[in-house]
Ligand binder design. Structure first.
Ligand SMILES: NC(=O)c1ccc[n+]([C@@H]2O[C@H](COP(=O)([O-])OP(=O)(O)OC[C@H]3O[C@@H](n4cnc5c(N)ncnc54)[C@H](OP(=O)(O)O)[C@@H]3O)[C@@H](O)[C@H]2O)c1
Length: 330
């Protein structure tokens, strides 16, 4: 196949380009080329999607498959469809689990109701508008190329080249051993996807012309089981997991999910649905989540590459963890 990846210089789009190359496909990546390098063997076409005519360097090209990872821009998606949709054999749009209107109810699947769409003309590109802009983008894809479109909605993505510091916090923290602060929320459900499994599924979908809307996460599991499993794989002997109640965490300024001074994967009840999706349709359609040991070694490899004691975008510093543990004991 001749595959166009809109992106290809970082994380998800880099992994898709690499997987397509590994299978012998011809890969063109279209990006500014400022965030990183495309995988060896891919051709980089320099484009700037902030310019409405930015895709002109691709004019007249035809692709068997196009993969768009536009994070938060409806105009980027609309303009790409206008420029390339007619000549594309298959179109993947990487959306997000945050498109759903109901984020609290557990066990919903990809047929659940979506948020109201928000085009960039109708609102700012802020984290609060992320899901609604993705809904508008998905709708543009379905309107233009719905007969050829694979709309894939990942939850938390981990693996090589992840720079969000979220899933990786846990393998990185467990590897340091000692007393590890964990949220006392063992029953909360959690889901994630390894970027390599997501990329493999996207390339499978293009090869097989898979069409439809799907969530891309592994089956839900208890947070307590996941953290115990990561500890078993990554922690030295003598490591102790110390559960601290959500009330004490909140009172000590610890945020759920992400950002500074946070405990990744921990979610307040109003978001429990986004990490407890029913994914049997995705598994039946070819998503193959790898075993936890491979997920953890991928995340730990990335953590070590970045430095276990770096200043983090998500998680607790050593000092913050010690402070909260002391407050919990008091
Ligand atoms: N991380 C998660 O846990 C998570 C969860 C759910 C969904 N997602 C979705 O997964 C996707 C992540 O994609 P990704 O990892 O490939 O990364 P990304 O950070 O979304 O970047 C994608 C590509 O866009 C290119 N780009 C940025 N600005 C550009 C511009 N003005 N013109 C042309 N290209 C531009 C970048 O290359 P250059 O900068 O070199 O141009 C990069 O290759 C997003 O759609 C996100 O919403 C992520």
């Amino acid at each position: 196949m001749r595959v166009l990846v809109l992106g290809g210089t970082v994380f998800v789009s880099w992994a898709v380009a690499e997987e397509a190359l590994r299978r012998g496909h011809e890969v063109v990546c279209a990006a500014r080329g400022t965030s990183g390098q495309v995988p060896a063997g891919a051709r980089l076409v320099r484009v700037d999607r902030d310019d409405p005519a930015g895709l002109a360097p691709l004019a007249g090209e035809r692709f068997d498959a196009v993969v768009d990872v536009a994070k938060m821009s409806y105009p980027w998606v609309r303009d790409a469809l206008a420029a390339l949709g007619a000549g594309a054999g298959h179109w993947t749009f990487v959306s997000t689990i945050n498109v759903y209107a109901d984020e609290a109810t557990k066990g919903l699947d990809a047929r659940a109701a979506l948020r109201e769409p928000l085009t960039a003309e109708g609102g700012e590109q802020t984290p609060e508008n992320y899901g609604a802009i993705k809904v508008a983008s998905e709708e543009a894809v379905r309107d233009a190329v719905g007969d050829r479109a694979f709309v894939v909605r990942p939850g938390l993505i981990t693996g090589p080249k992840d720079d969000s510091d979220r899933f990786g916090y846990w393998p990185g923290r467990m590897a340091r051993g000692g007393q590890v602060l964990v949220p006392d929320a063992a029953e909360q459900l959690v889901q994630y996807v390894d970027v390599r499994d997501l990329a493999a599924w996207i390339v499978d979908a293009a090869e097989q012309r898979l069409v439809g809307d799907f969530d891309a996460v592994c089956p839900a599991q208890r947070l307590g089981d996941l953290l115990a499993g990561i500890a078993e794989l990554a922690a030295p002997a003598g490591t102790e997991l110390v559960p601290v109640s959500p009330e004490v965490l909140t009172a000590n300024g610890v945020q759920p999910w992400g950002g500074p001074r946070s405990l990744p994967l921990w979610l307040p009840a109003e978001y429990h649905g986004i990490a407890a999706r029913e994914v049997s349709a995705s598994l039946a359609a070819g998503l193959r989540p790898r075993p936890l040991d491979e997920v953890v070694s991928g995340a730990l490899g990335r953590e070590r590459e970045l430095g276990l004691d770096r200043e983090r975008r998500a998680g607790l510093s050593r000092a913050a963890e010690a402070e909260v543990l002391a407050a919990a004991r008091a």
